[in-house]
Design a binder for this molecule. Structure first.
Ligand code: NAD
Length: 477
């Protein structure tokens, strides 16, 4: 998987420089492939290609025409689900079943969904004016979008920008994360096969400096970022100075609130997908487990037994629940948090070390801390690994207070056999999304965070609207 060129302006072009990015297999620690690293001159070329595509047709095209293109991209991606999901699991350790589902079938559905949204789109509306006449409200595409994405769900998080932006009539320059850049080349092949007009999507592989260059590029009209809160603040500041529209999908530290009437089997069966999906490398994961004092010991035992029973292994093996973390640096960071948890006085009831059966791969045991103080580091920081913190609460009000005592507000879940009761708790949690007896990322609904988890929303018609600008034309008489 060695690439020599970039996909810019609808063709494979030579890089400006000679630096390369090596991508390492998270399980074997061997080099999986390499790609050229883009330089500012390549970004200039990609932005110019996106601008030209926007102005020479895509930005003025009929939404129904764009819908047909989106459907063709869905078809071309569908053929590549095996190839994409394999390389993603090798790059970042995601269990293969999950990468097939989320980085494969789900992204195909997202393209088809935005094709439908484009077909149903109303771009002109004549409103009766309270002043006596009428006003025409027009929605037009915002222009060239810079999409900057992280490594944890590399295709899905790019598609959450590409599909609605394309449906709106925007063109894009995407910067993938260096650790998971190989999938973007497969994606570009799908785009080429789908006969997406040249320049509508362009990819520039590189790190954070290149990202910063793109964010402030004069040819960019909107920045759509997914990644850490620290980078989001820097990008928000840069866009603020430029008064450039920006959406920020950032970190999380969400709570699973287990009410005292919850079905514990249901909780435990849901935890893999709700609390540590993708080895815990998931922004909206419910990694704080809030347990009622009346059932505390029972819940700690059940969660500890579940974590200990998980199958840790090669993400490509069927039946693997937890694969390796995405990089050595990331494993070091996660282990640093486990050490902080030990120092805080919390009690380890499962895991806490590297699994002994592997002599390579960045594995960490599924780890559960009990007796966690919500003010401690392991309850406040986003660990982004298979590490859970169980926190005891007394009343329902306490549970809501603890859930809300976080700088983040992205996901969450409430577990109860009484749906109305769970719903009333869910409504009080300060978060952008929350599930009852589970958590499902519904692409027909807005997804995003409050507080330090971000600004703006992805998915749903709301995401598409975020790539449009509004103009009101007053008809005086
Ligand atoms: P990161 O912020 O380090 O990097 C994300 C992307 O931004 C990468 O492509 C990186 O090269 C680029 N980047 C970093 N600093 C930049 C800067 N100053 N200017 C421009 N580009 C910059 O994050 P990561 O470690 O790759 O991903 C993990 C983080 O992403 C976690 O915090 C996670 O919660 C968050 N995330 C959020 C969501 C969401 O939808 N809210 C989804 C997935 C991941």
């Amino acid at each position: 998987m060695d690439h020599k060129t970039f996909f810019i302006g609808g063709e494979w072009v030579q890089p400006s420089g000679s630096n390369r990015i090596d991508v390492i297999n998270a399980t074997t620690e061997e080099v999986l492939g390499s790609v050229p690293e883009a330089e500012p001159a390549d970004v200039d070329r990609a932005v110019a290609a996106a601008r030209s595509a926007f102005e020479s047709g895509w930005g003025q095209s009929a939404p129904a025409e764009r819908a047909d293109v989106l459907d063709r991209v869905a078809d071309a991606l569908e053929k590549r689900i095996d190839e994409l999901s394999l390389v993603i699991s090798q790059q970042n350790g995601m269990p293969h079943e999950l990468s097939r589902a989320f980085e494969g079938h789900y992204v195909v559905s997202v393209f088809r969904y935005y094709a439908q949204q484009a077909r149903a789109m109303q771009t002109e509306e004549l409103r009766a004016s309270p002043l006596g006449s009428s006003t025409e409200v027009r929605r037009s595409p915002i222009g060239v979008v810079a999409g900057i994405v992280p490594w944890n769900y590399p295709v899905l998080l790019a598609v959450s920008k590409i599909a609605p932006a394309m449906a709106a009539g925007c063109t894009l320059v995407i910067k993938p994360s260096p650790g998971t850049v190989l999938d973007s080349f497969i994606f570009a092949e799908a785009v080429q096969e789908a006969r997406v007009p040249a320049g509508v999507i362009n990819w520039v592989p590189g790190g954070r400096e290149l990202g910063a260059y793109i964010v402030s590029h004069p040819g960019v009209d909107k920045v759509s970022f997914t990644g850490s809160t620290a980078a989001g603040r820097a990008i928000g500041q840069a866009c603020g100075a430029l008064l450039r529209p920006v959406s920020l999908e950032l970190g999380g530290k969400s709570a699973a609130i287990i009410l005292d009437d919850a079905d514990l089997d249901e909780v435990v069966n849901g935890l893999l997908h709700v609390a540590i999906p993708n080895n815990g490398q998931t922004c909206a994961a419910s990694t704080r487990i809030l347990a009622p004092a009346s059932r505390y010991d029972e819940i700690v035992s059940a969660v500890a037994a579940w974590a200990t029973s998980l199958k840790v292994g090669d993400p490509l093996d069927p039946g693997t629940d937890v694969g390796p973390l995405a990089s050595k640096e990331h494993r070091d960071r996660v282990e640093g948090y486990i050490a902080a948890g030990r120092e805080s006085g919390a009690r380890i009831v499962a895991g806490g070390a590297r699994p002994s059966q592997f002599n390579r791969g960045w594995f960490v045991e599924p780890t559960v801390f009990a007796d966690v103080d919500n003010s401690s580091t392991i309850a406040q920081a986003e660990i982004f690994g298979p590490v859970l913190a169980i926190i005891k609460y007394d009343t329902e009000d306490d549970a809501v207070t603890i859930a809300n005592d976080s700088e983040f507000g992205l996901g969450g879940s409430v577990w109860s056999t009484d749906h109305e009761r769970a719903l009333s708790v869910a409504r009080r949690v300060q978060t952008g999304t929350i599930g009852i007896n589970g958590y499902a990322l519904d692409f027909n609904a807005p997804f995003g965070g409050v507080k330090a988890s971000g600004l703006g929303r992805e998915f749903g018609p709301e995401a598409l609207a975020g790539y449009q600008q509004l103009k009101s034309i007053y008809h005086a008489g």
